[in-house]
Design a protein around this ligand. Structure first.
Ligand code: 5GP
Ligand code: ZN
Length: 115
């Protein structure tokens, strides 16, 4: 997926503030943060979303990175929310699997439908 924006970030082709990186996963600051802490965690390999036949080892690596990033961002004690928008109803805009890690302030309680 040479033209995928997150693949390009994973290859280091686009300037990004990297929070964490290993052989399989990279975490970087969202360009349009919605919270004081808003970091994206992605597998370096391209999968469109969590339903895209993602091997369990890859999912494990992404979710293991969540707690590492939470610690690096200083929210492991205060709490945080992770979101993986998947498909149209979830308003997924970048079609490379990613987990949003949000925190640094109180998040809204609700998770119901939009108006
Ligand atoms: P989605 O709506 O697909 O779950 O979220 C995609 C996220 O990627 C958005 O929060 C958006 O701000 C972020 N994003 C889109 N393009 C870029 C980019 O080029 N760099 C970074 N760092 N974040 C991006
Ligand atoms: Zn990609």
């Amino acid at each position: 997926m040479s033209d995928c924006i997150f693949c390009r970030i994973a290859r280091g082709e686009i300037p990004t503030t990297v929070v964490y990186e290993d052989d399989d996963v990279i975490a970087f600051e969202d360009v349009n943060p919605q919270m004081p802490v808003h970091t994206l965690i992605i597998p370096k390999q391209h999968y469109a979303h969590i339903g895209d036949d993602v091997p369990s080892e890859v999912l494990g690596k992404v979710f293991s990175a969540v707690k590492t990033v939470a610690a690096l961002k200083g929210v492991e004690q205060t709490g945080y929310r992770i979101i993986a928008n998947t498909g149209k109803d979830a308003c997924q805009t970048v079609h490379h699997l990613h987990v949003h890690l949000l925190g640094g302030a109180r998040l809204p309680l609700g998770m119901g439908p939009a108006d």
